[in-house]
Write a protein that binds this ligand. Structure first.
Ligand code: PMP
Length: 350
């Protein structure tokens, strides 16, 4: 036992914060999962800026550097629900690129302030214009000023980084136990498409479960997305409604996710109520000590659903894309008071 509390360090020094991205741990749940399955969570908040999107941010910038699409000192612009912007703000700060983010004003205040703290400019777009509004603003600014538009919703550097890192990490970590179910949601679709390429080849029996908001079940509807010649969305998808799962399911099916639909990167697509997701995020924190956001909670809710019918002994892995701290100002923490409640006051007085 004592060995657990001694260490010889990481065995390397890092020349940049960017070298610490990836290699996140898969952690077993010991209290809240049904006892007939082994349920693990992949904790993406171990990334330096605390979300899965750090991987993508590095991938898009370094691929563009390699291919000469991004010039030294050129301004980068991107549309994001926040986590890609926070990851890009880190990468651009570390590498010396100015960054302009466009984001709908519906996403959490924490996101805006973190990006600005990291040196980025944040242009807010009206929530009524939905995801497409922030996307078109980024596109227009890029054209107007000659900036580099990172294009996470279409870029091949998106799924590619999840194939070369996230997917490989999962395949390696579950090589001994096997993996029966992998559960994820989607924003751009980069995670599901990239990881699926690896799982289909290396763990072909693994069932890939894709989750989406019950009131914005774009993939489940089977209705196609209208697209322009440059792969950008031509308009909002007909079944989209505003939902509470920040970072998931914009009002269009991104080109990146379309590859997954066309190639059957997932075996089932299941709807989830984001409010139920918030309850699971709370239980994960209070009963397992693991902090995640609304998308992580919603992925967990879907996994709990799947677990009910899963054969005994099944091994499951649930993606947790970011940290709960990104939601302190949102409904996830609404019932958590800042002041002492009666019980705490009684303790203080005791
Ligand atoms: N959860 C959160 C909180 C996110 O920000 C994102 C990315 N927008 C996702 C999940 C989905 O990841 P992906 O874009 O790879 O589909």
């Amino acid at each position: 036992m004592e060995d657990r509390y001694t260490t010889s360090g990481r065995g390397q020094l890092y020349s940049s914060i960017l070298e610490t991205i990836g290699d996140t741990p898969c952690v077993r749940l010991n209290h809240i999962a049904p006892s007939h399955v082994s349920m693990y969570v992949k904790v993406e908040s171990f990334n330096p800026l605390s979300s899965v999107k750090d991987r993508l941010a590095l991938s898009m910038i370094e691929a563009a550097e390699r291919e000469g699409r991004l010039a030294p000192g050129q301004t980068v612009v991107e549309a994001t629900s926040g986590n890609t912007g926070i990851g890009l703000a880190m990468v651009c700060a570390a590498k010396g690129y100015p960054l302009v983010i466009t984001m709908a004003d519906s996403f959490s205040i924490e996101r805006r302030r973190l990006m600005r703290f990291l040196g980025a400019k944040v242009v807010l777009t009206p929530r009524a214009e939905k995801g497409i509004g922030m996307y078109r603003k980024a596109q227009a600014l890029a054209e107007q000023h000659g900036w580099f538009f990172a294009r996470q919703f279409e870029s091949r550097d998106n799924a590619d980084i999840h194939e070369s890192t996230t997917g490989r990490e999962i395949a390696a970590d579950f090589a001994q136990t096997g993996l029966d179910y992998w559960v994820t949601g989607y924003g751009t679709g980069g995670t599901v498409v990239g990881v699926a390429r690896v799982l289909r080849a290396q763990l072909p029996d693994c069932k890939i479960i894709l989750s989406e908001p019950h009131n914005a079940a774009l993939v489940g509807s089977g209705q196609p997305q209208a697209r322009n010649a440059d792969d950008s969305p031509a308009g909002s998808h007909p079944v989209w409604e505003p939902h509470v799962i920040q970072g998931w399911t914009p009002d269009f099916i991104p080109k990146v996710l379309q590859e997954g639909i066309d190639n059957q990167s997932f075996d089932r697509v299941l709807p989830v109520d984001g409010n139920e997701g918030m309850q699971w995020a709370s239980r994960l924190a209070a009963e397992e000590g693991i902090l995640t956001g609304v998308s992580g909670g919603s992925t967990l809710a879907t996994a709990m659903d799947v677990a009910q019918d899963a054969p005994a002994g099944s091994v499951m892995l649930v993606m947790l894309p970011d940290t709960g701290e990104r939601y302190l100002s949102t409904p996830l923490f609404e019932s958590i008071p800042a002041e002492m409640n009666d019980e705490e006051q009684a303790l203080a007085d005791s």
